[in-house]
Ligand binder design. Structure first.
Ligand code: NAI
Length: 344
């Protein structure tokens, strides 16, 4: 039975992995701490490492894991922008869960939008204080509004279908447009000019970092709403805050934040928060922040667990690694996957 070293464990991770580990004949040791250079030494003696989206898997961490004998790292998430793929290539196979529930993320995006537009968090807090007034709770109809979708992959496409159900008009920007679709594709500039609401559903990479910035915000309609359930650094947070303060931006729904690593998933309720941009955003009544929870449904956790354990079982049994990612294939170049079923 192979032994897995599981970093950054939350109670829900343990619940789902404990339920399924026997089925995949593995033993799991759960660590509370994040994976980073200092904690990577704890992996010595284990057969694999499981890590998450906010672990710090840089070159030093990779080398420490490698020196500890680790040859496979399974990400229990889709995104891999926190992994130094260049450092890992030829040393440690990186596998991930490419899709676990695009519905979870798309539905959360719509949940946030509706909550903010109809001021539901404010109404909820007010009612708990037995204040039944309606002042300053005026919202607007989503029906007839134009939503601009940046990234029309799995999640973006589902979000489009949800928006269509509300009678919204759709436009989209994606350098790799979907085939055989009625989605109206426009340039990023056109999307900014046309949209009442903009929702981000693209990965974080060199071409998308700060795709929402001072310039793109200046092109947007007054009172535009921005939703980000993808990655924090798609938005220049300082420019976002400026746009909110100047009332150019009407509201923002943020499930992710560019400097979230030190805060999200942690209880900081008795600590001083040193990130002034984050505290300003949280303090605004037209901003709704959730702690990178868009994926968090029963269905998604079940799928994350089965795919992660399946990825590891394939590695242990010497099989192909369908969900492996490396510095080459992640950048559209050919790796050895087509020949031997593994990236290297
Ligand atoms: P996907 O890979 O199916 O789709 C991504 C789309 O973005 C593709 O159509 C791609 O062509 C497009 N794209 C690439 N470069 C672009 C650019 N420069 N501008 C605009 N579009 C571009 O990915 P999926 O599953 O739809 O996920 C989207 C993102 O959602 C992930 O990259 C991840 O960052 C985020 N995510 C967030 C979660 C959360 O809990 N908040 C959970 C899961 C994913």
């Amino acid at each position: 039975m192979e032994k897995i070293c599981f970093y950054n464990t939350k109670s829900y991770d343990k619940k789902y992995f404990d339920k399924l580990k026997d089925e995949y004949s593995v033993d799991v040791e759960y660590f509370r701490g994040k994976l980073r250079e200092k904690t990577a030494v704890l992996s010595a003696g284990y057969d694999a490492v499981v890590a998450f989206v906010n672990d710090d898997i840089d070159e030093k961490t990779i080398n420490t894991l490698y020196d500890s004998g680790i040859r496979i790292l399974a990400l229990r998430c889709a995104g891999f922008n926190n992994v130094d793929l260049k450092a890992a290539y030829g040393k440690i196979h990186i596998v991930r869960v490419p899709a676990y529930s695009p519905y979870a993320v798309a539905e959360h995006a719509m949940g946030m939008l509706l909550s903010l537009v109809r001021k539901i968090p404010r109404a909820y807090n007010r009612i708990r204080d037995y204040n039944f007034t309606l002042d300053s709770l005026v919202g607007f109809d989503l029906y007839g509004k134009t939503v601009g979708i940046i990234g029309t992959g799995k999640i973006g496409k589902i979000f489009i279908e949800i928006c269509k159900g509300f009678g919204m008009k759709i436009c989209a920007y994606d350098p790799f447009p979907a085939e055989e679709t009625d989605i109206e594709y426009v340039s990023i500039e056109e999307l900014c000019k046309k949209s009442d609401i903009i929702s981000l559903h693209c990965p974080l990479n060199d071409s998308t970092r700060y795709i929402i910035n001072k310039r793109t915000i200046s092109l947007m309609k007054d009172n535009v709403y921005i939703i980000n359930t993808s990655r924090g650094a798609l938005i220049d947070s300082e420019a976002l805050l400026e746009g909110l303060k100047s009332e150019k931006i009407g509201g923002a729904c943020l499930d992710v934040y560019e400097e979230e690593t030190d805060y999200f998933y942690e209880d900081k309720s008795d600590k001083i928060i040193h990130d002034d941009i984050l505290t300003s955003l949280i303090g605004m009544n037209n901003v709704l922040v959730t702690s990178h929870q868009a994926f968090l449904t029963d269905e998604a956790l079940h799928n994350i667990t089965t795919t992660t354990l399946e990825n590891l079982r394939c590695f242990f049994d010497g099989k192909s690694l369908e969900n492996e990612v490396c510095i080459k294939c992640a950048n559209g170049e050919k790796c050895k996957k087509n020949q031997g079923g593994r990236c290297f």
